[in-house]
Design a protein around this ligand. Structure first.
Ligand code: 4NP
Length: 157
């Protein structure tokens, strides 16, 4: 099993969107028995809450489920469970490294999946209100990520 964790600040906008989008792609490729996906935040304001209305609306528009998703904090155990920990922006990465156990963790940054984009961080729609822009980035990045996981972890020669 390959385990993927998306990390943002509040775990209500960007990382749950990425979780839902990647899970949808995994299911479409019939890889749900080989890849799991989860998300978490580094801020505790929204623990237990469903995704933000803007994230729900855009996922609804694309027919993507976010059922049973609830915000949670990144925890020390996550560093053992997840081989791919993907941060939405640089400050998320800095916050993760302050969590006990996370100092040495291998982190990926979402925009590194999209090297041709000028943006180097996924903008926070909680502040920008632009959920469409974030969906487009997340959808494109998750395509790249899924191919990368298949190549790196599932195609053993
Ligand atoms: P997210 O967006 O990190 O993409 O979930 C945010 C959600 C809530 C807050 C900040 C960012 N907040 O400050 O409550």
């Amino acid at each position: 099993m390959v385990n993927v964790l998306f990390v943002c600040l509040g775990n209500i906008c960007r990382s749950p969107m990425a979780e839902a989008v990647l899970r949808n792609k995994i299911e479409q490729r019939q890889l749900a028995d080989q890849i799991t996906v989860d998300s978490a935040g580094t801020g505790d304001w929204h623990i237990g809450k469903a995704p933000h209305e803007g994230t729900r609306r855009i996922l609804d528009l694309h027919g993507i489920s976010y059922e049973n998703m609830r915000a949670r904090l990144v925890a020390g155990e996550d560093f053992e469970k997840f081989e791919y920990i993907i941060c939405m922006d640089k400050s998320n990465g800095e916050n993760v490294r302050k969590i006990p156990g996370g100092e040495q963790s291998t982190l990926l940054f979402f925009m590194d999946l999209l090297p041709d984009e000028e943006l180097r961080e996924v903008p926070d729609p909680y502040f920008t209100g632009n959920f469409e822009q974030v969906y487009d980035l997340i959808n494109a990045g998750c395509d790249v990520l899924l191919e990368r996981i298949i190549q790196e972890k599932l195609q053993q020669a």
